[in-house]
Every structure is written in C-alpha cells, then in structure tokens.
Design a protein around this ligand. Structure first.
Ligand SMILES: [Zn+2]
Ligand SMILES: [Zn+2]
Length: 144
C-alpha cells in the first residue's frame, strides 16, 4: 500500500494514515496505491500495474457486450445508443423507425426505413462487440 497523495509506502503497522504527509489511506489522486508510481489525475486504472484508481468511475462503466447485443437485436429503436448515452443518434433511430412503420401502415413506401435503422443498429452492435467502439456518449471507457 502506498500513499495516494505523496507516493510514500504506508507503514505495515499503521497503514491508515501516511506517516510522511498525514493523508488518510486512499485519499489523494497523485499516486497508485498498489505500486506507488505517479498517475495522471482522472485516470481510472493505473497505467503501470492496472490497479483500479477510481472505483466510482468503474462502477459507472457501461457494458460493451450488453450494448453490442442491444444494437444487434433492438438497434432499430436505438436502445443501445440510449443505454450508452448517444442521445442524438438514439432519437434519430427511434423516430425514423416509428415514423417509417406508421407511414407504411398508411400506405407509404417507407418500410425500408425501419430496416435501414435495424442494419445501422446491427453495424453499431458489431463495432461494439468487436471492440471498435470503446467509449460511451460521455467519453467514458466501456467495461469489457
Ligand atoms: Zn503521503
Ligand atoms: Zn499501479
């Protein structure tokens, strides 16, 4: 265990508070608690040992696999994009599909629109499952 504020190794017998800088264990953002190297503020994982630096951010991460399957099965409704927070794309897909179905019920030749949205969703699902899409709508990395 290392101090996250100054990077000093925490004492075996008294690891709750750093003897050097007085910072509580786990507080601070400058160093990895596992290997003690300096880390960039805001990083979720340590670049050196892979330890989790920001548990809250990890819990917030969305599942790439789940989003991929949503895209493949319900992509025409934009479900995967709602889930990932790509709101604009999601609304376009949902509205185009609903309008396409409604208009084709009224006799318009719009049956291809929901199909096109479905293909779009499947393509995005494949990109997600294949790991080509790695971030959500807010730029957060997706969970593997
Ligand atoms: Zn310290
Ligand atoms: Zn580390």
């Amino acid at each position: 265990m290392y101090c996250r504020n100054c990077g000093d190794q925490l004492a075996e017998n008294k690891p709750e508070v750093c003897a050097k800088c007085g910072t509580k264990r786990g507080m601070g953002t400058g160093f990895c608690p596992n290997c003690g190297i300096p880390v960039t503020k805001g990083n979720v994982y340590c670049g050196s040992c892979g330890a989790v630096l920001n548990t809250a951010a990890v819990n917030k991460q969305k599942s790439r696999m789940a989003a991929g399957f949503m895209g493949i099965f319900f992509g025409c409704f934009g479900i995967h994009n709602f889930y990932l927070g790509y709101k604009g794309k999601a609304i376009v897909q949902l509205l185009a599909t609903v309008l396409g179905i409604l208009l084709s019920c009224k006799g318009f030749m719009t049956f291809w629109v929901p199909m096109a949205m479905g293909i779009w969703g499947i393509a995005e699902g494949i990109l997600l499952l294949g790991g080509r899409t790695r971030v959500d709508g807010e730029g957060n990395l997706l969970r593997e």
